[in-house]
Design a binder for this molecule. Structure first.
Ligand code: TXA
Ligand code: MG
Length: 352
């Protein structure tokens, strides 16, 4: 693919310059790609009705075409232009959680090209809660298919500069509206199977969905990560993977976990390895005087803050070229389920 110049255009989230949005919308309308902010992470958008444009998302991201994309709309009524035979519960959930970080899997409308859905008959739909995303979709006059705007298997971008690191030279424009609020991707809820199932935990919590869908299920891989059987090192499903080896420490007794981390650091340093630490504000003192690069993520009871910082901290500590990154697994209630999921996918090894 020939490299092009990538423009990063700053825009105010609260008082956006409409001319910039129109410029971006023209790119979408002419089959090009634009990276834009949502409340979760930055997305890499194309006209969802333009199969060729959608295909270029896969080549730019180096993403396998077997992994389907989310279609973003800006008005609840547009759901029926991308999906069909929509169950009543979808409208109810949309009323409760849209705009917001909930993606619904529904039966696909025939107008949505198969390249969006990876040849499948279902489509993922979401109405993002970011004013710039909404304006862009409205000005483009089409739904926008968008995965996270990272190179395949890299952490999702929560800043425009992350998009540039991964996709600079490959796309014409990045709209920069600052850091994304949530920092973790949307919850993916499959309404096409009974009972409905969470395929990916995210910004809308299991607990919130269970109030409306008491029979809701969660993909087994997200349940009870503390006790799940451990694949051999390096065999974990690689996603969000830093260059360094991420060692995750889990266990019910915080003191024991911290001690185990400290022992591991001592051994690694003895072995002349460099060590990075993703650490909560309350744990950091425990590691003082140790020769590690550390990044603070917020207090351990503030899962929103940890979620918001996670991908940016992972990228930043990885850029320091450490051999290993260590982190203590946060609790798995609330947003913790989504944080644990992203960590497990990024991990080289889970130590418990
Ligand atoms: O927060 C988000 O969801 C961000 C922002 C940009 O909206 N987007 C995002 O897209 O994370 P992506 O492509 O990185 O992740 C979409 C997830 C993938 O795990 C994909 O397999 C799943 O949604 N997905 C998409 N369409 C699906 C379908 N028809 N059936 C099952 N899973 C689907
Ligand atoms: Mg992604």
């Amino acid at each position: 693919m020939i490299d092009m110049k990538t423009k990063i255009i700053h825009i105010s989230k609260d008082n956006p310059d409409l001319e910039i949005i129109k410029q971006a919308a023209r790119l979408i309308q002419t089959g090009q790609l634009v990276a834009f902010p949502t409340e979760t992470v930055y997305g890499l958008g194309a006209n969802a009705f333009n199969s060729k444009a959608v295909q270029s998302i896969f080549s730019v991201k180096q993403r396998p075409s077997s992994d389907p994309l989310i279609v973003h709309i800006q008005d609840k009524n547009d759901i029926s232009s991308v999906a069909q035979n929509i169950p009543e519960i979808a409208f109810h959930l949309a009323d409760q959680f849209w705009p917001g970080p909930l993606t619904l899997i529904l039966e696909k409308h025939p107008h949505i090209p198969l390249s969006v859905t990876a040849e499948g008959l279902t489509v993922a739909v979401r109405l993002p809660a970011h004013p710039i995303a909404q304006l862009l979709i409205r000005q483009s006059s089409c739904p926008i298919a968008a995965p996270s705007a990272n190179r395949f298997s890299r952490p999702s971008p929560t800043l425009a500069k992350h998009v540039y690191e991964d996709l600079g030279g490959k796309i014409p424009m990045i709209i920069d509206a600052g850091a994304t609020d949530i920092g973790l991707e949307s919850t993916v809820l499959d309404l096409n199977q009974k009972p409905p199932k969470i395929l990916r935990p995210g910004g809308v919590l299991f607990e919130e969905l269970a109030c409306i869908l008491p029979d809701i299920q969660v993909c087994e891989q997200y349940l009870d990560s503390q006790n799940k059987t451990q694949p051999s090192p390096g065999q974990l499903f690689k996603h969000y993977a830093p260059k360094a080896r991420l060692l995750l420490f889990s266990g019910n007794q915080t003191d024991d976990v911290l001690l185990s981390m400290k022992n591991t650091i001592t051994l690694l340093l003895k072995d002349k390895k460099t060590v990075g630490l993703l650490v909560t504000d309350d744990d950091v003192l425990f590691f003082k005087n140790m020769e590690v690069v550390h990044m603070k993520m917020g207090t351990s009871d503030n899962l929103e803050m940890i979620g918001k910082n996670l991908f940016a901290c992972m990228r930043e500590i990885d850029a320091r070229d450490v051999d290993y990154i260590l982190m203590r697994m946060p609790s798995n209630n609330g947003l913790g389920m989504a944080i644990q999921d992203r960590l497990i996918r990024a991990a080289y090894k889970i130590i418990q």
